[in-house]
Design a protein around this ligand. Structure first.
Ligand SMILES: NC(=O)c1ccc[n+]([C@@H]2O[C@H](COP(=O)([O-])OP(=O)(O)OC[C@H]3O[C@@H](n4cnc5c(N)ncnc54)[C@H](OP(=O)(O)O)[C@@H]3O)[C@@H](O)[C@H]2O)c1
Length: 317
């Protein structure tokens, strides 16, 4: 079957490590696994980290990339794939598709049957394929970790990214005052169109916020601390610009801030997110839809950093 996979690692030029070609059909590590025919997937920064060799070992190559998918199960049902799989031997106890088990950027992917959720009415496979990684991460950052129900104002850093646009759209839909930073003027205009107040990175906010959604890391972390109200939650799920920022601990304890790490979300949280999107008519922010036959262009686009929202891959084209 055709697939997009990491055939080697390249830290400086991750696109050079990407191969599109034939891979064997999925195998089932256990009896409760099923094969899903993928109809749509979406890219994440995670796929670029994999091509760089972050989170993968050379003896795991070649590895089919992709965490997100919507597709059709063996009984003909339209499904959304929950990408976190129990993985004995991994220090986290779990892994995300494309870390230990082959990913979704293929004609077919194998997963435990319990990882399949029904595609809600009103969501297209392309919409649904945006939700299981970036949107689920943003949902958990806001709800379970950030306790956004208690919050009035939210700051989202690096708002062009997949997690960040999700956080902006979700927090706006929840009725919060949302501030979002982006380095790019055109992206700031699009953030404003989503209902947030768009700012340049590092700009002073009109008020301190109760929740910060942080995926950028070193480049924005000090601003996140300075923008936080007393007792605020700074929720971290990524560090695209560097993972070792200087942290002003005086500010952390004086303002009684909580810095919370998080990864992905639970199946129950994905079910809540799917229901929230379906009920509110909220649709993911889609940067572009690229046919699988041109999947390399999708990677090039994500790598350029010039994206606003999710890059979707249409596996039917
Ligand atoms: N832990 C988890 O479960 C989980 C899940 C999903 C993602 N992540 C992580 O979260 C991060 C974002 O993922 P994504 O897929 O949303 O990535 P993405 O779509 O590639 O977005 C990255 C965004 O970060 C901002 N950025 C990058 N470099 C920057 C810099 N030097 N200074 C300021 N801003 C910068 C950019 O925002 P502007 O261009 O708008 O400034 C860019 O749009 C990644 O590190 C990813 O690994 C973690």
């Amino acid at each position: 079957m055709r697939a997009a996979f990491a055939s080697r690692f390249d830290d400086t030029d991750p696109l050079a490590a990407l191969t599109v070609g034939d891979r064997p059909e999925p195998v089932h590590p256990d009896d409760d696994w099923v094969t899903v025919q993928v109809t749509a997937s979406s890219l994440n920064h995670h796929d670029l980290w994999s091509l760089r060799g972050v989170g993968l070992r050379a003896d795991q190559l070649p590895m089919i990339l992709g965490c997100d998918a919507a597709g059709v199960d063996p009984d003909g049902n339209e499904v959304v794939v929950y990408p976190v799989v129990v993985t004995p031997g991994d220090p986290r106890g779990v892994s995300i598709l494309s870390e230990h088990f082959p990913g979704t950027l293929a004609e077919r992917v194998a997963v435990p049957r319990s990882n399949l959720l029904p595609l809600p009415a009103g969501l297209t496979p392309a919409d649904a394929a945006c939700l299981p990684t970036a949107w689920l991460t943003a949902w958990r950052m806001l709800t379970t970790k950030g306790r956004v129900a208690e919050a009035d104002a939210v700051l989202v850093q690096g708002a062009g990214g997949g997690v960040a646009t999700a956080a902006v759209a979700l927090a706006v839909a929840m009725g919060k005052r949302v501030y979002a930073t982006s380095r790019d003027a055109a992206k700031r205009e699009r953030i404003a169109a989503l209902g947030a107040t768009a700012l340049e990175p590092g700009a002073r906010l009109p008020e301190r916020v109760d929740v910060v959604v942080e995926t950028v890391g070193a480049a924005t972390f000090d601003h996140s601390l300075k923008s936080a109200a007393p007792m605020a939650r700074i929720v971290v799920s990524g560090a695209t610009s560097g993972h070792e920022p200087a942290v002003n601990l005086r500010r952390v304890f004086a303002m009684q801030l909580e810095i919370l790490g998080t990864s992905m979300g639970t199946p129950a949280e994905l079910t809540e997110l799917l229901a929230f999107c379906a009920e509110r008519g909220l649709r993911p922010v889609v940067d572009s839809v690229v046919p699988f036959s041109r999947v390399t262009e999708a990677f090039t686009r994500l790598h350029s950093g010039d994206v606003f929202g999710k890059v979707v891959v249409d596996h039917t084209a």
